[in-house]
Structure formats: structure tokens, C-alpha cells
Design a binder for this molecule. Structure first.
Ligand code: FE2
Length: 133
């Protein structure tokens, strides 16, 4: 419920430490993800083309906000970019089959396609298409 009539709403008794600020920024980043989910869900739930377009536009704005929070965290915490890069690299390795031997040995559902299955066929994802150019 909005509390705009209270001029002290949101006031904190002290300035945030760097760690507290970064925790607040991570919470804000998560709120942007939640907002994106909400607006995309609403867009998917209507057949009204105008509402669908506006809701998707707002969802995309939330994705921009997410990027702003992430970049700010990376500027405030020198090790953050390294962790992000490590996570991205791990997904790249899986995507390009670096772990395909392990994955196929542990594959419990043969009928469900895996990254390794996609590797054996021509992959048409955005990442692979860009790399093949
Ligand atoms: Fe936002």
C-alpha cells in the first residue's frame, strides 16, 4: 500500500555500509526480475494487442533496470564481475559440450533432449549463429 503521505517513509536511521548497500541493490535487482515476470505474465494473459505491447515494453524497461543494478554492483564490488564471468563461462562450457561426456553418462531421460544432443545436430541458437558469422 502506498505511504506517500508519510514524509518519513523509507527513512533509515543511518547511512548504509558498502555491504548493506550492495545487499539492498541485490534485493532491488531481484525486484526487477519479479517485475519483469509480472509484466510478461500479464502480457501473456491477454489477447488485447495494445495491452500486450505496452506490458512487454514495461517488462523490457525492467530488464534495463536490472542491468543498471547489476552494473552498479559490479562497480561497487571489484570481485563481482569475475563471479559473473565465471558463471557465464560455465554455461558456455556446457552449451558447447565441454561436459557432454559426463552429461551423456548421467542422462536419466533419454527422450529429453540435452545440450549434448543439440551439440550433435546443428545448433540454431542466437549465440551459435553469431559465432558462425
Ligand atoms: Fe524497474
Amino acid at each position: 500500500m502506498p505511504e506517500f503521505v508519510n514524509p518519513f517513509s523509507g527513512s533509515v536511521p543511518k547511512k548504509l555500509s558498502l555491504r548493506e548497500l550492495c545487499r539492498a541493490l541485490r534485493l532491488s535487482l531481484a525486484s526487477e526480475e519479479e517485475a519483469t515476470h509480472l509484466y510478461e505474465s500479464l502480457a501473456d494473459a491477454t489477447d488485447n494487442e495494445l495491452a500486450k505491447a505496452v506490458l512487454q515494453d514495461i517488462a523490457n524497461e525492467e530488464r534495463v533496470h536490472k542491468g543498471e543494478f547489476q552494473k552498479l554492483i559490479e562497480l561497487l564490488l571489484p570481485d563481482e564481475a569475475g563471479f559473473m564471468a565465471q558463471g557465464a563461462e560455465e554455461v558456455e562450457e556446457i552449451h558447447h559440450g565441454a561436459h557432454s561426456e559426463t552429461a551423456s553418462a548421467q542422462k536419466p531421460f533419454a527422450a529429453v533432449p540435452t545440450v549434448g544432443d543439440l551439440r550433435s545436430s546443428e545448433c540454431s541458437c542466437e549465440c551459435c549463429r553469431r559465432r558462425s558469422l
